[in-house]
Design a protein around this ligand. Sequence first.
Ligand code: PGA
Length: 247
Amino acid sequence: MNPVTIHPDPAAAGAAIAADIADLIRRRQAEGRPTVLGLATGATPVPVYRELVRLHQEEGLGFEGVRSFNLDEYWPIDPAHPRSFARFMREELFVPAGLDPKDCRIPDGLTPMPQLAEACRAYEQAIRDAGGIDLQLLGIGLSGHIGFNEPGALAGSRTRLVELAESTRLRAAPAFGEEEVPKRGISVGIGTILEARQIVLLAFGEEKAEIVARARQDEPSVAIPATLLRSHPDLRWVLDEAAARRL
Ligand code: PGA
């Protein structure tokens, strides 16, 4: 079974993962090699980003040589929209940690429909050209979704336009206020994620306890996309005590 680490709270988990990422970056910098990170949005990775920002601002961690690829974005959405994942990443990590925007890729929520298939292929190619993802950070949705790989997503799926599950849109609705939550998104696939050399799956809080247990224990199936990651040779779960309660 994929290993699990349980921390007392999300801040402690975030600090531990940020320390691992900082070690990887520093080792690669010493070797003159790039570090390629796969990044996620949502509440879950925020403690990791907070600590990376602190390491940058207080302990001189530099991000030279770091390239990043985000998992997903709403479609259509303007990258300047307050709820876009592009804006989230700029505010939570890229700007305060001093990452160079040209090294940080996110699927473009304004890609016109006729260019989407090509843009998705180009995103996959850019990941390969960067040397592949060294470490992929992931959260898990209450439905077991991974990025916008909703229930039904195939193990071999690639970057593509997807329909968002109703539960995903409902969860985002308060943040969008009066505005309608986009019905679609662009997401890297399960197949793309499985090619990362290392995967760190984070889950915090009691509300995630049941899906964490099912993702680890149910038969692998498209009904719970996270189960499709279990075959990965270097996947570890990082939980707080509340999310680990059903294990
Ligand atoms: P959350 O979302 O971090 O906001 O709970 C996780 C996810 O849907 O992947």
